[in-house]
Design a protein around this ligand. Structure first.
Ligand code: NI
Length: 174
């Protein structure tokens, strides 16, 4: 089921999320809905708070061509980051049509729990590295615009406030 994506500014996008203690049926449904919502958008990553679920859960698929490679991570943490940085023009489904260059470690190692309750560790590089860091930031109430200067951030926030007012007026309120 496709869920509504919250648009910045929203207090739920600024709040740290709770750890997932147990992989319940509700968590399975949430993960599936988030993948449906991400592919529908379309996007390459989505974090649970973006659909209003304050849980440490992210989904990703950075494959542009070729068979889908959906990933679901519970309680993900970065436990190693490279010194070399890479810069990507980032966007976010909660900040539609706004892009800005963000510099982050070019490679990271992440530990997480899968839907099978097993622990996984993997290194991510390139676009996957940027995406996983962006999504983990969401779980800590942080958005990519928080890396920008205050003027640029305020400009984008004002655009989003305007977008939300227009959506409310035309009956697409969220
Ligand atoms: Ni995002």
């Amino acid at each position: 089921m496709i869920r509504d994506i919250l648009i910045h500014p929203d207090p739920r996008l600024k709040k740290p999320c709770d750890r997932v203690q147990e992989v319940t049926a509700e968590i399975h449904v949430l993960a599936k809905d988030m993948l449906d919502t991400m592919y529908d958008a379309p996007g390459i990553g989505l974090a649970a708070p973006q659909v209003g679920a304050m849980k440490q859960l992210i989904v990703m698929d950075c494959i542009k061509d070729g068979p889908p490679q959906p990933m679901v991570m519970l309680n993900p943490i970065v436990f190693w980051a490279s010194e070399d940085l890479s810069v990507y023009d980032e966007g976010c489904l909660s900040i539609p049509d706004q892009y800005a260059e963000v510099s982050r470690p070019g490679s990271v190692k992440v530990r997480w729990m899968g839907l099978d309750a097993q622990t996984y560790e993997q290194q991510f590089d390139g676009l996957w590295a940027t995406c996983v860091q962006h999504e983990i930031d969401h779980l800590n109430g942080k958005l990519f615009i928080d890396y920008l200067g205050p003027l640029k951030r305020q400009m984008i926030t004002r655009r989003m406030e305007k977008l939300k007012r227009e959506r409310a007026r035309f009956g697409d309120g969220r």
